[in-house]
Design a protein around this ligand. Sequence first.
Ligand SMILES: Cc1cc2nc3c(=O)[nH]c(=O)nc-3n(C[C@H](O)[C@H](O)[C@H](O)COP(=O)(O)O)c2cc1C
Length: 352
Amino acid sequence: MNALTQLLGTEHPLIQAPMAGVQGAALAVPVSNAGALGSLPCAMLSPEALERELTTLASGTQRPYNVNFFCHVPPEPDEAREAAWRAWLTAYYHEAGLDIDSVPPGAGRVPFNRAAADVLERFRPKVVSFHFGLPDLDLLDRVKSWGSVVLSSATTVEEARWLEAFGADAIIAQGVEAGGHRGMFLSDDLTTQSGTFALLPQIVAAVSVPVIAAGGIADATGVAAAMALGASGVQVGTAYLCCTEATTSAIHRAALQSEAAHHTALTHLFTGRPARGIVNRVMRELGSMNPVAPAFPLATAAMAPLRAHWEAKGSGDFSPLWSGQNASGCREVSAAELTRDLVQGFKNPAAR
Ligand SMILES: Cc1cc2nc3c(=O)[nH]c(=O)nc-3n(C[C@H](O)[C@H](O)[C@H](O)COP(=O)(O)O)c2cc1C
């Protein structure tokens, strides 16, 4: 037991990272049942889908689980930027025989809102985590009013202090090795983003709530190392991507287990926010941080038909192949088996 397991109500201070688009309750249930914290990513779920997934989760485990939301501020649509973005993509639409004018602009991911809170209230999950800061105070107060523990990601010491001041019960220190979206919310300056082992001890020193290490942790040795640097627990994402219960596509699984996974970069081409993924054709040709891409999450709409077209042909050239820098833990095993392997890292004498 440590401060984090007390807070989360779990046997082990291990969190399976919520990963929107590649997993649902089917992955979270066995993780929670193995004594860690399974997570349900909700950034792309309608209220109906959220209700369905929560029902599966609640009926699959009696143990604590985590429900995760994005809490970005939706941008004002910018017609000029959208047009410039489409101009960059036009040649790809021609190549694929698709009509770019028939693609409606659209959001793609909605932030935590009242409708989601209404569904969530019926389930009162033990833990709710957020990415991109915290929701407005009235929504945060609602989540806390039914007793949920609140977590959020910090990518800098400044963000960690901010999260503690505004009510996070524990903080996920997300190093730049991490797969998927950077949780950054106070700055969009990528020079502020540092590796897990640079960030973690600085955040541990700066806040008094438990700190959870995330980014690049793929096995029990990595878990032990993070604990030795002062983490109260760890959050692991990429290593779960090839688990049998994940919904990761065959194309994405193959890339994760190939040489391609040694080449990752931060890109905002797929959504409008920087996220780490395996380098593919569109990232190479447009530049992974091309300033023309619309603000999050508006870049998603015009990229989606290209992704669907090429995936149907077996290619991930236009897909977000999210991956951290350490994909060495990706194996086709059950989530329970991976969880059991990872928690061996807490047996290290350096672990607290
Ligand atoms: C495919 C994928 C999707 C992700 N989606 C989310 C998400 O929906 N919400 C979230 O808070 N974090 C998300 N993350 C980030 C993780 O919470 C975590 O920071 C990261 O996986 C840790 O680094 P690792 O991938 O090296 O283990 C995602 C990560 C990956 C790999």
